[in-house]
Design a protein around this ligand. Structure first.
Ligand code: NDP
Length: 328
């Protein structure tokens, strides 16, 4: 029998946590034959709510779930972690300055990065979901100098999935007909969903669609503002689709991309495509044996270049801000 994989989830009592934990326990994060131990990290006032969720996990009698531990101490929650999903973050409240938000998140992601550095398993893989995800990932990474930098990633898979569906609807196909879509840059309103290399049933997506006005004025803003549209429609944030994307991100990272396709992940740049080295930016990646690599050699047209540059510029500004706060 296999040794269970230790999966730590922060902000476990939150909305995304509630949509995420049951799917992890059912085997959807790692695979249908991989047993898991769940480690739930919460802030002290939310421990009781986390216990309630753990009761429901118990009551689901998941055959793959071998244990649940709950803690408000990152040193305990990350002990032996193989996969860490950093979901809990300080939400931006009305009137909050960006500097305050970054500082509050520094207080969360710096100690978590340190705890990962000191206690996680050697094969630790980290996905940051809590916003601003790319920069929170940078903060955690900087606090974990003994962990290979590439193990810290940020989620742009929800943007990727949103873009897949918008493109499929436009082309009158279903999402499984589409391959090689890319999200570039920051998980923010500046992100750039790129269809110029995407394929619809093997044909170039931009040519199939043939509508640059739709691309610029409909597709890109719809994908970028989808989170706000969902809050507007359901009166609550897009927690289930965010949890779904977190599942997809880790599943792909562990189990690989399909032949001829790729995925989008926020990862430390190696300088590819003019993205300054070290910024955690979204790229097209292929994954094999648990290791991702940036897809190389794509031609970037002027339309794409301007948008990638704008998003990367924003990432650079966020990095400068956390650097000046002494968080990295
Ligand atoms: P959610 O579970 O809804 O969201 C958590 C984080 O995910 C937020 O930063 C949110 O960003 C982000 N996020 C990323 N993508 C999405 C998306 N598509 N839709 C919605 N959110 C997205 O927040 P809750 O407030 O319900 O729960 C947060 C929990 O985290 C609380 O239980 C709190 O106690 C806990 N927490 C735990 C910490 C810890 O473990 N040390 C530290 C801080 C909080 P955005 O704000 O932009 O919506």
């Amino acid at each position: 029998t296999r040794t269970p994989v230790n999966v730590t989830v922060t902000g476990a009592a939150g909305q995304i946590g509630y949509a995420l934990l049951f799917r992890i326990a059912s085997g959807q994060l790692l695979g249908p034959d991989v047993p898991v131990n769940l480690r739930l990290l919460e802030i002290t006032p939310a421990l009781k709510a986390a216990e309630g969720t753990a009761m429901e996990l118990d009551d689901s009698a998941f055959p793959l779930l071998k244990g649940i531990e709950i803690s408000d101490d990152p040193n305990v929650a990350f002990d032996g972690a193989n996969v860490a999903l950093l979901v809990g973050a300080r939400p931006r409240t009305k009137g909050m300055e960006r500097g305050d938000l970054l500082e509050a998140n520094g207080g969360i992601f710096k100690p978590q990065g340190k705890a990962i550095n000191d206690h996680a398993a050697d094969d630790i893989k980290v996905l940051v979901v809590g916003n601003p995800a790319n920069t929170n990932a940078l903060i955690a990474q900087a606090a974990a100098p003994d962990v290979p930098a590439e193990r810290f990633t940020a989620m742009t898979r929800l943007d990727h999935n949103r873009a897949l569906t918008q493109l499929a609807k436009k082309a009158g196909v279903t999402v499984d007909a589409i391959k090689r879509l890319t999200i570039w840059g920051n998980h923010s309103a500046t992100q750039y969903p790129d269809i110029f290399h995407a394929e619809i049933n093997g044909k170039n997506a931009a040519e199939v669609v043939g509508d640059e006005k739709w691309l610029a004025e409909d597709f890109i803003p719809t994908v970028a503002k989808r989170g706000a549209a969902i809050i507007e429609a359901r009166g609550a944030s897009s927690a289930a689709s965010a949890a779904n994307a977190a599942i997809d991100h880790v599943y792909t990272w562990v189990n690989g991309t399909a032949e001829g396709d790729w995925a989008s992940m926020g990862i430390p740049s190696d300088g590819s495509y003019g993205v300054p080295e070290g910024l955690i930016s979204s790229f097209p990646v292929t994954v094999k044996d648990g290791v991702y690599s940036i897809v190389q050699g794509l031609e970037i047209n002027d339309f794409s270049r301007a948008r990638i540059d704008a998003s990367v510029k924003e990432l650079g500004e966020e990095r400068d801000a956390v650097r000046s706060l002494g968080l990295i």
